[in-house]
Design a protein around this ligand. Structure first.
Ligand code: SF4
Ligand code: SF4
Length: 334
């Protein structure tokens, strides 16, 4: 490994690896990347399912992480470089100010996106808007676990104050339930909070998610249990790995877990055989959309409070909505 080059200790080798994989490093522990859907949108080649389901601006999206090499899990299906994430916590006194992270993220995003404007098939109007305006959608997910950044709430608060920002999504593995209590208390919740689930029980959770915490399953269940009381839009994203976590014996366990959570939406999505996950899983673990649709139809029979709302075959995903959710599908306010 190379020399430690930051105060919180991301080594140069790790930074180089991420940069080679087309991540822009923003400050000492944050990163931004241009998602393939973002590129497609700028070329008029379609939009991501989050625009279709929830109305986010795909072409003005910033996909970023305030903790790109930090995660408490090492999931088998992670197509991000989980093996490069050696760190699991940050000291609040050493982290970057959220203002710096936002500024640097916007700067690095511009650099990453600049080449697309010159492409023959680029939609000049959309590109101009995407390049010149402040990003209107913030997808705080990318690589790593965002709740490890101790000033996440302040970052969300700053984004919320920016009039250009219409939506902020946070994707979490649910290992730090206390963080959501704090975000709620301080009025710093995102527009939409996603909790990733890929196991129906403790045994499989240990095999598939490989949390550093011996009580990782209980932590995830605690996070799921607080979703209905948070007050923001909440989503459970279930990643199905065909032949591994989608068996007949699992389906009822998911139903029990999700019914109890009270989440507004459930996304049932196929595992995608991409990136470093190809070294851990087989191509056949990635299910085609027909399979996901059929599985979801079976699942819907066990769910009393949810019904199928939409689907997107390209992304191999089916959306469920809670019948008594107070939220519209399309986002109106951040
Ligand atoms: S919302 Fe997600 S899928 Fe859509 S452009 Fe942003 S990062 Fe990509
Ligand atoms: S929690 Fe997310 S970032 Fe961490 S290893 Fe799992 S899939 Fe990857």
């Amino acid at each position: 490994m190379g020399e430690e080059n930051t105060k919180i200790g991301v080594d140069e080798d790790t930074i180089r690896r991420y940069e080679n994989a087309r991540y822009g490093i923003a400050g000492n522990h944050s990163a931004v990347q241009i998602c393939s859907w973002n590129r497609k949108a700028l070329r008029g080649m379609g939009v991501c399912y989050k625009q279709k389901f929830y109305g986010v601006d795909c072409h003005r999206c910033t996909q970023m992480s305030p903790a790109f090499a930090w995660c408490q899990e090492c999931c088998v299906h992670c197509w991000r470089p989980a093996e490069w994430m050696k760190k699991t916590s940050m000291n609040e006194g050493e982290v970057d100010d959220p203002r710096l992270i936002i500024e640097e993220t916007v700067k690095k995003r511009k650099i990453l996106i600049s080449g697309i404007g010159g492409a023959k098939d680029a939609n000049k109007e959309l590109f101009k808007e995407s390049f010149n305006k402040f990003p209107s959608h913030w997808a705080i997910s990318l690589s790593g676990e965002p709740t490890i950044y101790p000033r996440l709430g302040e970052m969300v608060g700053l984004l919320r104050k920016n009039k250009e920002v219409k939506s902020i999504f946070i994707v979490t593995n649910g290992q730090e339930p206390h963080v959501f209590e704090k975000l709620k208390k301080n009025g710093q919740l995102p527009t939409q909070l996603y909790v990733s689930v890929s196991a129906p029980n403790k045994e499989l959770f240990k095999k598939l998610n490989r949390s550093i915490y011996p009580d990782g399953w209980e932590r995830l269940c605690k996070t799921l249990g607080m979703l209905s009381s948070l007050g923001c839009r909440t989503v459970i994203r279930l990643t199905l790995m065909r032949g591994i976590n989608d068996l007949d014996e699992h389906i009822g366990q998911y139903a029990g877990l999700f019914e109890k959570s009270g989440a507004d939406f459930i996304e049932v999505k196929s595992y995608m055989h991409l990136g470093l996950s190809r070294e851990r899983l087989k191509k056949e673990n990635m299910a085609p959309h027909d399979y996901i649709r059929k599985w979801s139809e079976g699942f819907s029979k066990l769910l009393e409070s949810y019904e199928i709302e939409d689907e997107d075959p390209v992304s191999r995903i089916v959306l469920f909505k809670r019948k008594d959710s107070r939220f519209d599908n399309l986002i109106k306010n951040p």
